[in-house]
Design a protein around this ligand. Structure first.
Ligand code: ADP
Ligand code: MG
Length: 275
């Protein structure tokens, strides 16, 4: 029998435990200026609870990738705010309440707590799976090669690729490459993982192995935002499903409610086409 763990009950710890991992408020993103301006995000509000999985659905061009890229500060938002783990992303508020853009180094530090997995795997082609996973911890975190190697082997084992550690990307299937990409993101010990259509570029028979790794990660308690058209994954793994259209969230809720009982005609239409 396991001993009972003492529960941390200081007010600060309680507040932190209850605070969402991600809090987006009235987020707008406009690309370009003047006549060329494109208003892509039009006031997105989103809470992502700690340890939860949020699946984002929506037609092509609705702003899903842009939203992820804003959370990860690959894009600077035009208005609104995004907090991750209680930190305002990209800005500092001074005593008078005025916002100042943070130094790129500070932004890089904020970003390093967020892992991202893309549709295309972007592995270094001239590095082995192991070297790909070791790269950031050595270069960014300053881990010794020995430490990074040990950790990378653990992570490759976790994604089922212990035997492929010395293989180059070209020697791996798309599904295996994507699992290396997940291990590489995990190597930075992120507190939040973002997935942007991680299985869309894969042959159908390779989709399952990547979704299985993601489901495993979800079970381990990782906070995840997943843009995907895999409705089965949303149904089984998501705690929260969000449907975006034209730059806003038009419906959200628990998977069963959103997927089996959509109230928005646009969502009904979308589901009729992806199922
Ligand atoms: P989704 O991921 O839902 O398909 P995106 O976020 O990729 O949608 O794109 C939403 C809209 O934003 C599209 O109309 C796209 O053309 C536009 N967009 C995305 N990135 C840029 C950019 N860098 N400059 C101009 N428009 C962009
Ligand atoms: Mg996209």
């Amino acid at each position: 029998s396991s001993p009972v763990e003492p529960v941390e009950t200081t007010p600060a710890a309680l507040r932190q435990a209850q605070e969402p991992m991600v809090q987006a408020r009235d987020v707008h993103k406009v690309f370009g200026r003047g006549h060329d301006a494109v208003h892509v995000l039009k006031g997105v509000d989103l809470d992502v609870a700690r340890g939860s999985v949020t699946v984002v659905l929506g037609p092509s061009g609705s702003g899903k990738s842009t939203l992820l890229r804003c959370v990860n500060e690959l894009e600077e938002i035009t208005a609104g705010s995004i907090h991750v783990d209680g930190d305002l992303m990209g800005y500092r508020r001074d005593d008078k309440g005025v916002l100042h853009r943070l130094h790129p180094k500070v932004i890089a530090k904020q970003r390093s707590r967020i892992g991202m997995v893309f549709q295309r795997f972007h592995l270094f082609p001239h590095k082995t799976a192991l070297e790909n996973v070791m790269e950031a911890p050595v270069q960014v975190r300053g881990l010794t090669k020995g430490e990074a190697r040990r950790r990378a082997l653990e992570l490759l084992d976790r994604v089922g690729l212990a035997e492929r550690a010395e293989f180059y990307p070209a020697q791996l299937s798309g599904g295996q490459q994507q699992r290396v990409a997940i291990a590489r993101a995990l190597a930075m010990d992120p507190e939040l993982m973002l997935f942007d259509e991680p299985t869309s570029a894969l042959d159908p028979e390779l989709v399952g192995e990547v979704l299985a790794v993601m489901q495993d990660l979800a079970r381990s308690g990782m906070t995840m935002i997943v843009v995907t058209h895999e409705i089965g994954f949303a149904r089984e793994v998501a705690d929260h499903v969000v449907f975006m259209d034209d730059g806003t969230i038009v419906e959200e809720g628990r998977p069963a409610d959103v997927l089996d009982n959509p109230s928005e005609p646009r969502l009904q239409d979308f589901l009729a086409h992806v199922l």
